[in-house]
Design a protein around this ligand. Structure first.
Ligand code: CP
Ligand code: NVA
Length: 298
C-alpha cells in the first residue's frame, strides 16, 4: 500500500518515477493511454480552504478514469467529533483512495493506518508534499536538473511549504537557503534530520544573492489567522520584490505556491513579471498529482 504523507519518507527513486510520469501526463493530456483509476472513487476530505489542490485533484482523478468525491470535513460527522480512525475505517470500506487536507500531520497518518486505502497529504500544518513535487517539476522543466542549484526561500521559514522544501534538498542535491525572522525559522532538530546543504539567515539580501530560484509562501498560513497582526509585524521586510530579484542570478526563476498576498510576501510588479512561471507552476499541480495518483495505485 502506497501513501504520500510526507516528503521525508518518499524515496528518491519514487520522486524520479513521479516526476518522469508527470512529464508524460502533461504531454498526453486529453489522450491518456491508460485509465489507472477506472472504476474507482477517491474521497477528497478537506478541513481547510483550497482552490488549486481541490480543483487539480478533482480534474486529475476524473481524467484518470476515477470519480472524485469532495467531502468538506464540516459536512461529515468528522466535523461533529467522530474520530479520524472511525471515519477512516468507514471510508476505507467504500472508497479506493483518499486525499486529505487538514491541520495535524498525525491525522493523515492515522487515516492512512486505519483506512487501508492509499492516502495522499494535500497539505497539513507540517507539510505540503504535492506542492513541492510540482515546484521541483516546474523548476526542472524550465531550467534542467535542480541538483547543484541554489533555492532561496524568503518568508515564513517554519511553514508547511518550507518544511517540504527542507526534506528535498539532500535528496536532490541542491542548496537551500532560508531567510526568515528568528521566530519563524525551522528547528535545529528538523534541519539535522533532513541533512543536506541548508542554511538559515535573517539576511534576505545574502540569501537571494546568486540564487537560481527565489521562492515564497504566505506569511499567514491557514490556521494561523489569530497571529495575523504579529506575523505581519515580524515578517515585514521578508518580501520578494524587484530589488531582491536583482541580487539573484540573472534569469533566476521566481515562484510562489499561491495564493499570493501582494504587498506582503511578494510585490505586485514581481508577481506579474513572473506570472508565466507562477501560473505554469499552478497548472503543473494537475500533471504532477496525476503522476502521484498513478504511482499510488501501481
Ligand atoms: N498552493 C495551494 O495548495 O493552493 P490551494 O490552497 O488553493 O489548494
Ligand atoms: N502555507 C500555506 C500554503 C497554502 C497553499 C498555508 O498553509 O496556508
Amino acid at each position: 500500500m502506497k501513501h504520500l504523507l510526507s516528503l521525508e519518507k518518499l524515496a528518491r527513486a519514487d520522486f524520479d518515477k513521479i516526476l518522469r510520469a508527470a512529464t508524460a501526463f502533461k504531454r498526453e493530456r486529453g489522450h491518456h493511454k491508460t485509465q489507472p483509476l477506472a472504476g474507482q472513487t477517491w474521497a477528497l476530505m478537506f478541513s481547510k480552504s483550497s482552490t488549486r489542490t481541490r480543483v487539480s485533484f478533482e480534474v486529475g482523478i476524473h481524467e484518470l478514469g476515477g470519480r472524485p468525491m469532495f467531502l468538506n470535513a464540516n459536512d461529515i460527522q468528522l466535523g461533529r467529533g467522530e474520530p479520524i480512525k472511525d471515519t477512516a475505517r468507514v471510508l476505507g470500506r467504500m472508497i479506493h483512495g483518499a486525499v486529505i487536507r487538514t491541520f495535524a500531520q498525525s491525522d493523515v497518518e492515522e487515516f492512512a493506518r486505519f483506512s487501508g486505502v492509499p492516502t495522499i497529504n494535500a497539505l497539513t500544518d507540517d507539510e505540503h508534499p504535492c506542492q513541492i513535487l510540482a515546484d521541483i517539476f516546474t523548476f526542472q522543466e524550465q531550467r534542467g536538473p535542480i541538483a547543484g542549484k541554489t533555492v532561496a526561500f524568503i518568508g515564513d521559514g517554519a511553514c508547511n511549504v518550507a518544511n517540504s522544501w527542507i526534506w528535498t534538498a539532500a535528496k536532490f542535491g541542491f542548496e537551500l537557503r532560508i531567510a526568515a525572522p528568528k521566530k519563524f525559522q525551522p528547528s535545529a532538530a528538523l534541519l539535522k534530520r533532513a541533512g543536506g546543504k541548508i542554511s538559515i539567515s535573517t539576511d534576505i539580501k545574502a540569501t537571494a544573492k546568486g540564487a537560481d530560484l527565489l521562492y515564497t509562501d504566505v506569511w499567514i498560513s491557514m490556521g494561523k489567522e489569530a497571529e495575523a497582526k504579529e506575523r505581519i509585524k515580524i515578517l515585514t521586510g521578508y518580501q520578494i520584490n524587484q530589488s531582491l530579484v536583482k541580487l539573484a542570478k540573472p534569469g533566476a526563476l521566481v515562484m510562489h505556491c499561491l495564493p499570493a498576498y501582494r504587498g506582503k510576501e511578494i510585490d505586485d510588479a514581481t508577481l506579474e513579471a513572473n506570472a508565466d512561471t507562477i501560473f505554469e507552476e499552478a497548472e503543473n499541480r494537475l500533471h504532477v498529482q496525476k503522476a502521484i495518483l498513478n504511482w499510488a495505485v501501481s
